[in-house]
Ligand binder design. Structure first.
Ligand code: 3PG
Length: 306
């Protein structure tokens, strides 16, 4: 069996070694393609492999067609919107993710962004504190739950809305469950986004929703850029000089936002949420173990295209 790690944004070197160890121990071959700059390098690398471990790397019909012997793709992470699931199913390729493995890393980045916004990006001026402020968690999955845990430590008043997660389970964790996104945005000065990018959520964070937020609103996005209606966000920030936007996924209108809203807009240069040694180890090793378990025991527990 040939197992390829294809990561445009590499795992920490130590995590790569540990992933290799799992693959070596199973008696499989380990192939590494890191920091590739051209899709042709990926198309070339996938030609004769049986499994691929990826991060946000794009697996589309072209890649799947080139990977004639491919049986499984594991996205070392949570969101799998970068994989064409229909095409994978058509090619009889199983697709898995590794839920929860990098969620604390993403949550800590979201928390850091809240502090950064509250302290005016450390510009020397007098900021505010998070204690007692209302935080709305939009989607209460693995990352949202970790954000709630950290925010409670700050003494924030934590709310959540999740269309799929039962309200009583949210409430059991000391978080107030609200009945709609509208209610969440109308209630909370801080909102942290944790929705996946799907046909339903794309562009859903729009002017109408954001304009409901109270004064000195702060929107934190460590989820996906596609969920934001970027032109409407820009319009809102024009109309609301009190509104701050911090994101881990550079928007399409980054240059405009940077020029128009200094001191109110921040983006990381490259998605950094899951970029910790711990998250790389957790997600990478889980991905490797899932591949070994798939080939040796037929385990499809984490398959998302069943
Ligand atoms: C995820 O979906 O797991 C996160 O967005 C992390 O993505 P990354 O592996 O590209 O950093």
């Amino acid at each position: 069996m040939k197992i390829l790690i294809a990561t445009e944004k590499p795992f920490a070197a130590d995590a790569v070694q540990k992933i290799k160890q799992v693959i070596d121990n199973a008696g499989f071959d380990f192939i590494l393609l890191e920091k590739y700059t051209n899709k042709s390098q990926l198309l070339d690398a996938v030609k004769d492999v049986n499994a691929i471990i990826i991060r946000s790397d794009i697996i589309d019909t072209e890649v799947l067609a080139a990977a004639k012997d491919l049986k499984i793709v594991v996205r070392a992470g949570a969101g799998y919107d970068n994989v064409d699931l229909e095409a994978a199913t058509a090619h009889k390729v199983a697709v898995m993710n590794t839920p929860g493995q990098n969620s604390n890393a993403v949550a800590e980045l979201a928390a850091g962004m809240m502090v950064s916004a509250a302290r005016n990006f450390y510009d020397g001026s007098s900021g505010t504190e998070l204690l007692g402020k209302k935080l709305g968690i939009h989607a209460y999955g693995n990352v949202g739950r970790n954000v709630a845990r950290i925010a409670k430590g700050f003494g924030m008043d934590v709310y959540a809305f999740d269309a799929f997660f039962p309200a009583d389970a949210i409430e059991k964790e000391g978080v107030k469950a609200l009945a709609s996104a509208e209610e969440l945005y109308a209630t909370c000065q801080y909102v942290s986004l944790h929705i996946p990018a799907t046909a339903e959520t794309k562009n859903s964070i729009n002017y109408a929703l954001l304009s409901k937020m109270p004064k000195k609103a702060v929107l934190i996005n460590t989820a996906r850029k596609e969920v934001i209606n970027e032109s409407e966000l820009e319009k809102l920030m024009e109309d609301r000089p009190d509104f701050k936007y911090l994101t881990d996924i550079t928007p399409g209108n980054d240059a405009v936002l940077k020029a128009k809203f200094p001191g109110r807009y921040f983006t990381t240069p490259k998605k950094m949420g899951a970029q910790t040694a711990e998250a790389n180890n957790n997600a990478g090793i889980a991905a490797a173990n899932q591949i070994v378990d798939f080939f040796k025991n037929g385990n499809t527990k984490f398959q998302v295209n069943k």
